[in-house]
Design a protein around this ligand. Structure first.
Ligand code: 1CP
Length: 325
């Protein structure tokens, strides 16, 4: 989960020469280097492609830029008329540099390091497309989805096949596992969660599996709370990523019988370090290692995190693994 990024001095240095973040994402030499940087320091078991979930709206022709200190800024899409501006047929051509990054990264990785490809879920990508920037309460997208579901469905119906094709193409080029980030799934409840989170995710997973039955898909419905259970039961994912609001014991009791659980060290605790970090890492390992489990964070690494804290966690996780096998 965001193992590359601004907490690494070597990444900040690499980014200095390419201030435009999307240009960086479309430069395979740079993305491969950014993806390899954390591997050199921590030797994790998997590497994640360096890209961003917002290359999809960019590829659809929506205006997307990244502003320092603000994050992504998009020209919002808020009506069926706005949808007509999106150019569905050109997306995969536009994203060819991402596939080239996957090819080069796949060739550069040692055989025992898995390559994770990824995309945002339709709901989470739509959140940025409709709200226009991060940190919004989601009232604009929720109003559209709940009050005019037939119109909003058209946006989701654009994103589902595009995202499916995008992920299948990543697999063709060397991705071995797929992760679907649903960072804003916590905005919806009950039947809205079923329609806008579970249903589109199920369609994407089925589309991937039709051609690639053996490629595992990990879903990350951040903020979904108790609804994580029905997500795990009904989307077809193989793994379920949990955020740090979910207790490891709850995940063991409610999710591990259904799917492989991935998570969920708190990124604030990772930043703080010290004994609390060691205790929490051990607690997660002891609670979840009895079943199918992938150690990970509950959300992306914060830019202020000392890399030495990540090294400490990696040592504890590997020590625990060797002690229990
Ligand atoms: O200046 C910089 O270098 C930008 C920081 C940054 C980075 C390193 C952004 C901007 N994106 C990324 C890369 C990224 N994003 C990866 C590559 C893998 C890696 O870092 O190892 C991945 C998997 C993502 C996924 C992503 N982007 C998500 C889903 C996961 C999550 O964090 O919830 C989301 C929501 C985004 C959007 C995004 N990209 C960047 C920012 C600042 C944001 C907004 C985040 C927000 O809304 O809080």
């Amino acid at each position: 989960m965001r193992q590359a990024g601004r907490y690494l001095p070597e990444y900040r240095k690499l980014r200095e020469d390419t201030p435009n973040f999307l240009s960086f994402c479309y430069s395979p030499a740079l993305t491969v280097e950014a993806a390899l940087q954390p591997l050199r320091r921590f030797q994790p078991d998997a590497a994640i492609l360096f890209s961003d979930i917002l290359v999809i709206p960019d590829g659809l022709g929506q205006s997307v830029r990244f502003e320092g200190g603000v994050g992504p800024v998009l020209e919002p899409i808020r009506s069926e008329t706005d949808l007509k501006q999106l150019q569905v047929s050109k997306v995969l051509d536009h994203l060819e540099p991402v596939f080239e990054s996957v090819r080069q990264l796949s060739a550069a990785l040692p055989h025992n390091v898995a390559l994770i490809g990824f995309a945002g879920s339709p709901w989470t990508v739509a959140y940025y497309m409709v709200e226009g920037r991060s940190g919004q309460d989601g009232s604009t997208i929720k109003k559209w989805a709940i009050e005019e579901p037939d119109g909003f469905q058209k946006l989701i119906d654009i994103l589902v096949p595009v995202t499916t094709d995008y992920l299948i193409e990543q697999i063709k080029n060397g991705a071995e596992t797929i992760q679907l980030f649903d960072s804003w799934s916590g905005l919806l409840e009950a039947e809205h969660f079923d329609r806008w989170i579970i249903q589109p995710t199920r369609e994407i997973v089925a589309g991937i599996k039709q051609h690639n039955p053996d490629v595992p898909v990990i879903g990350f419905p951040r903020g979904a709370g108790d609804q994580t259970i029905k997500y795990a039961e009904n989307t077809g994912v193989d793994g379920i990523g949990i955020d740090s609001d979910i207790s490891p014991a709850w995940a063991r009791d409610n999710l591990q019988g259904l799917k492989t659980v991935q998570g969920n060290l708190d990124n604030q605790i990772l930043r703080e370090g010290g004994k609390k970090l060691e205790d929490e890492t051990i607690n997660i390992l002891q609670t979840l290692s009895g079943g199918p489990f992938i150690f990970n964070l509950g959300h992306g690494i914060l830019p202020e995190t000392p890399p030495d804290n990540v090294i400490r966690v990696a040592e504890i996780v590997r020590g625990h693994h060797h002690a229990s096998t």
